[in-house]
Design a protein around this ligand. Structure first.
Ligand code: UDP
Length: 493
């Protein structure tokens, strides 16, 4: 009798994923986690802070959603940070420090205990995927000889501008003050020389000093080449020239976006009968009544207005926007988060004033919610435009659905995203640095009436490219996902 060779399957990789604890970062990294679960046999430990953990369980249905994936677990950090607190833009650098102070020792402890105290019933972390501003994870990974991938939930263009900060400093182009001439051309971000102005650089460049946010992004981004690879939520046809620039420093660059659409199509391929729309990673309760309202509106007639999860407006800005909206005569669906308005008397104002005024004055044309099922809204045939703050998730969600945008960027990467929307991709209008009811009215009419067909046509062309990128017939993002997945598997052996 010949010798019987039993092939022992390689153990599944076990990936530790660490997002920055904020809505959009968690949102896209959770999509990445689910896409990896759908794509193969994999164990994932998703490490989050207490507030995110609770939000995900309560509103994103994570427990039942991920119950299909044997290897997924949500792990809550022992200490809560920013528990129950609203995160504002001022908190970003503090939040990162605070998360780091909790996550860093925890990560070391976990990795160390795994090295010394390993049992056969569990598999160790074979790889780390960390948000690309967490160099402590690279330090720990190097120390423990665990491979690490960075994931950046911003556009390639924003990443490249961050990466170019040292050249901009060296050549005296930044920092500058908000009072300086904002239309001066910027020449030290390679590949963007023709169209980048001061006002399009990340917002922390305009504070006149090197603020904590500035220092954090500068230092953290410079560490990227130390990671074994960089994963970006974008696609080749959208940001190809900029991706080539990044590849000169980070050759192991994997573009696998738009992640939310990529995930949806992979899930449909595995289970064609699945009724699942794309997964919602909302940390807040969605008001679905707006979908019923949209159902009653004519095709492409509604402007969807939302400024994401962090942007805040002063009362005067909100009123200026509202007047412009009403004067445009266009129908609108507006997300007014309970914490959208700041400033004096904002509590009282948040409770009744804006929504009440709007409701009375625009009953026949407007609809307001506190938080919308955004991806579904953008996919609705009644929506013809999106007035956005140009957060990267919102931008990609609009791109995929072929919805043209009006951009009112607030902070961080949004300034550069809106420049690309208006000047490079030509799928919308950039309203940055203005807050004037007349301009609002003009831009809405331009996007939704006067040049509506041109914008819709161009947006549909780019949407087609997005769909092509995630297609199983050689789409770039579809193929690119195999590479990090193969590497994750290779890391187990
Ligand atoms: N979002 C949502 N409902 C809303 C507003 C926003 O589901 O009413 C989601 C949106 O779909 C996106 C995320 O919140 O996925 C916002 O991320 P983005 O990167 O656009 O902006 P940020 O919130 O980080 O400023």
């Amino acid at each position: 009798m010949g010798e019987h060779i039993v092939e022992v399957p390689a153990p599944a990789p076990h990936v530790l994923m660490i997002p920055v604890p904020a809505q959009s970062h968690v949102n896209s990294m959770l999509n990445l986690a689910e896409i990896l679960c759908v794509a193969g046999d994999i164990n994932i430990t998703f490490l989050v802070s207490k507030n995110i953990h609770d939000g995900l369980l309560l509103h994103a249905n994570v427990e039942s959603r991920f119950s299909n994936y044997r290897g997924f677990r949500l792990l809550c950090l022992p200490d809560g940070i920013y528990e129950g607190k609203i995160i504002t833009t001022d908190d970003v650098a503090k939040l990162n420090d605070s998360f780091k102070s909790v996550a860093e020792p925890f990560l070391r402890e976990v990795l160390l205990s795994l090295k010394s105290n390993w049992t056969k019933t569990k598999s160790p972390f074979t790889t780390i995927i960390a948000d690309g501003v967490m160099s402590f994870a690279i330090d720990a990974a190097e120390e423990m000889s665990v491979p690490i991938f960075y994931f950046r939930p911003v556009s390639a263009s924003a990443f490249w501008a961050y990466f170019s900060l040292p050249q901009l400093i060296e050549n005296g182009e930044i920092p500058f003050s908000g009072d300086d001439d904002m239309d001066v051309a910027i020449t030290n971000v390679k590949g963007m020389e023709g169209f980048l102005r001061r006002r399009d650089l990340p917002s922390f460049c305009r504070s006149g000093i090197r603020s904590p946010d500035f220092e954090m992004i500068l230092t953290e981004t410079a560490q990227t080449p130390r990671a074994n690879g960089l994963i970006l939520n974008t696609f080749e046809d959208l940001e190809g020239p900029i991706l080539s620039q990044i590849r000169t420093f980070c050759p192991n660059l994997y573009t696998i976006g738009p992640l939310h659409a990529h995930l949806k199509s992979r899930m449909a391929a595995v289970n064609p009968n699945s009724s699942m729309n794309s997964s919602s990673n909302s940390l807040q309760e969605e008001d679905r009544s707006c979908i019923e309202w949209l159902d009653k509106q004519p095709s492409r007639s509604v402007l969807y207005v939302s400024f994401g999860s962090v942007t805040v407006l002063k009362k005067e800005q909100l009123l200026e926007f509202w007047k412009g909206l009403v004067n445009s005569g266009v129908k609108f669906l507006w997300v007014i988060r309970p914490d959208l308005v700041t400033g004096k008397n904002c509590d009282e104002h948040n409770k009744k004033s804006p929504a009440d005024e709007l409701e009375t004055a625009t009953k026949e044309r407007g609809y307001m919610v506190g938080w919308a099922p955004q991806k579904e809204v953008l996919a609705h045939p009644a929506v013809g435009g999106f007035w956005t703050h140009s957060g990267w998730n919102s931008t990609l969600e609009s791109v995929v659905e072929g919805v043209p945008m009006i951009c009112w960027p607030y902070f961080g990467d949004q300034q550069i995203n809106s420049r690309f929307v208006g000047e490079v991709w030509k799928i919308g209008l950039d309203m940055k640095d203005t807050c004037d009811k007349v301009i609002v009215e003009q831009m809405i009419k331009d996007l939704m009436v006067d040049r509506k067909d041109d914008f819709l046509k161009k947006a549909e062309e780019i949407a087609k490219l997005a769909r092509k990128s995630i297609g199983s017939d050689d789409g770039s993002s579809f193929c690119n996902l195999d590479q990090p997945t193969r590497l994750l598997v290779a890391c187990t052996s």
